[in-house]
Write a protein that binds this ligand. Structure first.
Ligand SMILES: O=C(O)C(=O)C[C@H](O)[C@H](O)CO
Length: 332
């Protein structure tokens, strides 16, 4: 059954009584977890995944997606190193467990050296916003977030493509069988090469290539509007991604955030002051046939906020709720 566009509260590593109560207080009925704190050095058990799902159900919340297994679970897969087949076996096990537990989407990215920022800059009213400047990154200074295996560098984009294809060929049939969709997140920052390691999901064309490799309903996108907006041509990528992948039912869910500026230099910001027009984007999503969920992603650091960002997340969620409300009205 097709669902309506809805909003999930997200980017928690753990589901506490407090966050679940907060989600309900904000008026959302679903949640997403990012790299949850689940025991396991290389794999997650069915029991642990089911326990999370059940906790959500018991608290009146639908668990929409788990985004990302820890990088150590699949670094060899991304880098094509010996040991990747064991990692793939574990990844397949996690997919099966998720399917059995009734968790429908597993998010993934393919960035061996993960998300980079080079500074935090004051944004609106002095709220701190993370920023990236390729020149600063190249000089090796101020790397704010970094989770790379610095010993291994893959300077060749075609090797990264081979690694991604090897991964998809091994996991897609299992995902199809388990009824779990694998949702790909774009590279952040979207750049072809970072610290000597090639990236492949930094431009629109490359997602089309990935879709063709997967060739399956089990593959889709975790469409991070922020990352697409960071790409050269900014907002145009956002619209192109929606117009192309929406009607193909390939957008599993959306990270609703934005930046100012585009590669090689950008800064995160509040919704409504970035490169794209949020209402226009939501309208386009609706028109494209999207029926997944929207969620808060990175948020500026506002005054007296918690490390997770309760205050700024409330702003992002409220903003999306207002947009959805208006959309419902004009569609009546
Ligand atoms: O960088 C972004 O846009 C993110 O959302 C980072 C997240 O950790 C995301 O899960 C990366 O896959």
């Amino acid at each position: 059954m097709k669902q309506n566009i809805r909003i999930a509260l997200g980017q928690m590593q753990e589901l506490t009584h407090e966050t679940m109560t907060y989600a309900r207080q904000l008026g959302v009925s679903s949640v997403q977890l990012n790299t949850p704190n689940i025991p396991g050095e290389a794999c997650w058990s069915y029991e642990d995944l089911y326990a999370i799902k059940k906790t959500c159900d018991d608290n009146g919340l639908f668990l929409e997606s788990i985004e990302n297994v820890p990088i150590r679970f699949y670094d060899k897969i991304m880098l094509g190193l010996p040991g990747r087949d064991e990692q793939i076996e574990n990844y397949r096990t996690i997919i099966r467990h998720m399917g059995r537990a009734g968790i429908p989407v597993l998010g993934h990215h393919f960035m061996p050296n993960f998300v980079w920022r080079t500074s935090s800059e004051p944004g609106r009213g002095g709220a701190l916003c993370t920023a990236f400047d390729l020149e600063a990154a190249a000089s090796g200074i101020n790397q704010v977030k970094y989770a790379a295996n610095r010993e291994v560098r893959i300077p060749d984009e075609s090797v990264m493509w081979d690694n991604y294809a090897y991964f998809l060929n091994a996991v897609i049939p299992v995902a199809e069988e388990a009824g779990v969709r694998l949702a790909l997140h774009p590279d952040d920052p979207p750049v072809a090469m970072l610290d000597g390691t090639a990236r492949i999901f930094y431009k629109v064309e490359n997602f089309k290539r990935a879709e063709a490799i997967a060739d399956s309903e089990a593959w889709g996108l975790n469409l991070c509007l922020g990352c697409c907006s960071e790409m050269v041509y900014g907002a145009a990528n956002v619209m192109e991604m929606i117009r192309y992948f929406g009607p193909r039912n390939k957008i599993c869910y959306v990270h609703f955030r934005d930046v100012q500026g585009t590669m090689p230099k950008f800064q995160e910001c509040f919704l409504g002051e970035g490169n794209y027009h949020p209402a226009e984007v939501l309208l386009e999503l609706k028109r494209s046939g999207f029926t997944g969920f929207l969620m808060d992603d990175h948020v500026p650091s506002v005054i007296n906020d918690s490390p997770w960002g309760h205050r700024a997340r409330a702003h992002a969620v409220g903003y999306m709720q207002g947009l959805l409300n208006a959309l419902e009205l004009i569609e009546r």
